[in-house]
Design a binder for this molecule. Sequence first.
Ligand SMILES: Nc1nc2c(ncn2[C@@H]2O[C@H](COP(=O)(O)OP(=O)(O)OP(=O)(O)O)[C@@H](O)[C@H]2O)c(=O)[nH]1
Ligand SMILES: [Mg+2]
Length: 122
Amino acid sequence: MYTLLSGLYKYVFQKDEYCILILGLDNAGKTTFLEQSKTRFNKNYKGMSLSKITTTVGLNIGTVDVAKARLMFWDLGGQEELQSLWDKYYAECHGVIYVIDSTDEERLAESKRAFDLPLHPR
Ligand SMILES: Nc1nc2c(ncn2[C@@H]2O[C@H](COP(=O)(O)OP(=O)(O)OP(=O)(O)O)[C@@H](O)[C@H]2O)c(=O)[nH]1
Ligand SMILES: [Mg+2]
């Protein structure tokens, strides 16, 4: 009976968890995107002032519940010396959001190279 009830409980309340990496060059807007997503999808989340966001050195984690899925976002730092860490997270994630500052045309080629990096690590 316990197994049946716990199975039913899990079926009704437990969410499938997915890990989504947020990658892109420094200053592309990754952390801003994460904060905006949390504010938009989490009813009780007040959201931090966007002007207080500073460059990410480690990792920001944000959770967003959408329908029966729980999305765990991993927002990594985009500075060049941090890009070598991206592929360490690649194998663990279910999906990737790659953020590009479309107004920064000078860095588009650099962004493409950084995008290719985890696919072909040095
Ligand atoms: N105008 C405009 N500015 C943005 C947008 N998204 C981010 N910014 C600004 O761009 C700057 C960098 O944003 P971040 O979210 O810190 O960028 P990041 O990709 O997390 O950078 P790192 O943590 O260094 O890798 C901040 O000054 C943001 O306010 C956007 O959609 N429009
Ligand atoms: Mg950041």
